[in-house]
Design a protein around this ligand. Structure first.
Ligand code: G3P
Ligand code: CA
Length: 259
């Protein structure tokens, strides 16, 4: 415990704070309200999940169906943009959020570019052929495909999709997402990831000091997901991770992003 007036070890650490699906403990995930909350809470990045409608428009929603987070039912891919925009994406979380809509990717970029980093997850891209090209196009149209023009990182659990996106957006950093099945990831696999990605972002439950060392040895950074308590955030600080993906940005002290 730091003495009064001293800065604790934890406060000295440069941990990047990523608001998961926006500040999703405080506002309905993947809505403009949650993104605004993330920025207000001084997260370094807001994380978003991108999928595609039946008519090929990019929208932000986590599940591949609309059932859990809207008042509709059925697959995202069975809705046109006009239809999905009629759903209420806020009431399930709290009446004060009624009227929140499923945002479009482009709407989010236009509202938040330059205000926060954006961690873009290509969600289930295998369901949406061409989604990598559409994401790249939206970024290029806004001149956001250069690192000098804002902090944008692209990630996916689908590593072929990450590779494809890296070819389309070579200047932007990319991240490989890893679920529980990657607990025994080898140095060889991490080196292969490092040939097209800059981050290895695993489920927090597989993170050990050895894994963090291996990831760093491969020249990658590590932003585990998803911290949902102060204890979990402290545990990750102690494991020397580079960033934390959290529903609660207040659990991660705000520091400037590492250069
Ligand atoms: O950023 C990592 C995290 O978003 C991955 O998990 O299921 O919340 O999209 P999920
Ligand atoms: Ca996500």
């Amino acid at each position: 415990m730091a003495a009064k007036g001293e800065v604790s070890m934890r406060e000295q650490q440069q941990i990047v704070n990523v608001a998961h699906r926006g500040a999703s403990a405080h506002a309905p995930e993947n809505t403009m309200a949650a993104f605004h909350k993330g920025v207000e809470m001084k997260a370094d990045y807001v994380e978003i999940d991108v999928q595609m409608t039946k008519d090929g428009e990019l929208v932000l929603i986590h599940d591949t169906t609309v059932d859990r987070t809207t008042d509709g039912t059925g697959k995202v891919s069975d809705y046109t943009l006009e239809e999905i925009r009629q759903l209420d994406a806020g009431s399930w979380f709290g009446e004060e959020f009624s009227g929140e809509k499923v945002p479009t990717f482009e709407e989010m970029l236009d509202a938040f570019r330059g205000k926060t980093g954006i961690l873009v997850e290509l969600k289930a891209p295998e369901l949406y052929p061409g989604i990598e090209e559409k994401v790249a196009e939206a970024l290029k149209e806004r001149n956001m495909d250069h690192t000098a023009n804002g902090k944008i990182v692209i990630q996916s659990f689908n590593h072929e999709s990450v590779k494809k996106s890296k070819e389309l957006l070579p200047e932007l950093p990319h991240a490989v997402l890893a679920g529980m099945s990657w607990a025994d990831v080898s140095m060889e696999e991490l080196n292969e990831f490092a040939s097209y990605a800059d981050y290895f972002n695993p489920n927090m439950n597989i993170v050990t000091p050895e894994l963090v060392d291996m990831v760093h040895t491969a020249g990658l950074e590590i932003y585990p997901y998803t911290s949902r308590s102060q204890e979990q955030a402290y545990h990750l600080f102690d494991l020397n991770v580079d960033g934390i993906v959290t529903d609660y940005p207040e659990h991660v002290y705000h520091h400037p992003v590492k250069n």
